[in-house]
Design a protein around this ligand. Sequence first.
Ligand code: SF4
Ligand code: SF4
Length: 452
Amino acid sequence: MTERISAFHAERCDICGECLHRCPVLELPLAEAKEEFRNLVEGRKSSYVLDKCTTCFSCNLYCPQNANPYQLILERWNDRYKQRGAPPLYKFVCPTEEPNIWQLMNIFFSDREKQWVSEWMNYIPGPEDVVLLVGNYTHLFPFILGGSRLLDYFKPIDRIDQWEGGAYLYQAGYLDLVKEVAERTKKDFDTWGVKTVVPLLDAVYRIFTEVHPREMGVEHSQSFINFHDWLLENIDSGEIRLENKLNLMVTVHDNCYSKSADKPYWDAPREILRRCGCKILEMEHNRKDSLCCGFGAGASWVRNISIPFDIIHEGTKKFREAEATGADALVSYCGGCIYLLWAARELLGSKIGVYHMVEIVRMAMGETINYPSDHVERAWDIISIITYQLIVSLFQKNFYIERLTFDEGMSTFKPRGRYLLLRMIRKVLSFSLTRKAYAAMFRMIMPLISTR
Ligand code: SF4
Ligand code: SF4
C-alpha cells in the first residue's frame, strides 16, 4: 500500500506571508500573516487559520513560490481530527453515519425523484458505458438533471458511499480517509471495467485526476472527462442545440475547486452561459479571489452548535456581492454549493434567483424546469433537516468515521424509524408566515452564536 504524499512544499516556502495576507477571508496584516504561517509550518497553535479558513483554495494561487500553503492547512486539520474527532453535526454529510442527509431526504423526495435516484443508485455499469457520476450533492436535487435529454449521452451512476471521490472530506482535512476512498473507488471502477468516467463536478474531476494520483498514491486507469468541457464541445459542434436564448443577466459563483487545478475551471462555465444567451456581471470577488458559498466554514469549526450559523454568516458575503451586481440570478456550476446557496437565500430573504448551470443549459435547450418551486421547497427540506440534525447533535459527542462503505442492503441510506420530530419541523416550515419568522429569528441569533 502506498503512502500519502504531502503536497505542501516546505522547502520552497520562505515564510513571506503573502498567502494569508491576500486571503480574502483573513486579510491578515503582513507581519501577522508571517507569524501565523510560521506557526502552521512548525505545528504550533494557530490563532486564525484553523478556526476561520473557508477552505477556498485561493492561497495556493497567491503563493509566489508555488508551495501549496492550502495543503498545509489540510494537514493541520488532519492532525486536529486525529486529536478531537469530527463534530457530531458532521454526521449529516457522512453517508455511512446515522442519521444523514441522504437518509432523511428520502422522506421528502417525490415519487419521481425516488425513481430517478433508485435507477442511478442500483445500475451496475459495464465496460461499454460512459458513466456520469451524479454525486452526493446533486443527489439531493435529482430534478436538476432528471428527465433531461443531456442524460441520453451517459449512464448516470449515483454511489453516495463513493463520497464524491473524497472531495469534501479532502476540503475538511480528513486526508487519511480520502486515501481510503481513493482505493475504494479504484476498486469500484476496475470491477465494473468502465473506461470513461464523467464526474458532474469539477471538484470530483480534480480529485480523480490530480489528488488521488499525486497525493494519495492511487492511479486510476480510466479516462476522465470534465463535464463542462464536454458540454462546451457538444454545444459548439451543434450536437446540443441551444435554440431558446435566455436574455438573462447573471453573476457566476466560482466554487473552491474551480481554483485548484493547473488550468482553472472557471472559463468553460462562463462560455457556456454566454452560448445560452446570458450576460455576465462579475462580483467583486471572482475567479481566483472568489469567496466560498459558506459551506467551507464548516471545515474550520470551533463549536458544533455554531456550524450552521458560521456557514450562513459566510454565505451572507456571497449574497451581498451577488445582489450588488444587479444581476437577475446567481449561477453555480457546482452541485455542492447549490444546496447551500438555496438554503442561505431563503434564510437571508434574498430575492436574487439562484440556478445550477445545468438548469440554464436545459432552459436554453427548450426544456421546461419547475423553477423556482422545486428549489424553494427543497431549500426548506434542507433547512428542516439541518434544524433536526442540530437538535439531535446536541446529545452526541465528537466521533471518528469508522466506516466508508455501505453494506449490501445500503442500510444507512434507508430511513429507519419515522422521524416524527423532523416531519413536524417540516410541516411547520411549510407556511410562508412561519418561514419568514424562522428566517428572521435565524438572522437575529446568528451574530450571537456564530464564531466569525
Ligand atoms: S506558502 Fe507561499 S505565500 Fe505562504 S508564506 Fe510560504 S512562500 Fe509565502
Ligand atoms: S483556503 Fe482560502 S480562506 Fe483558507 S487560508 Fe487559503 S485563501 Fe484563506
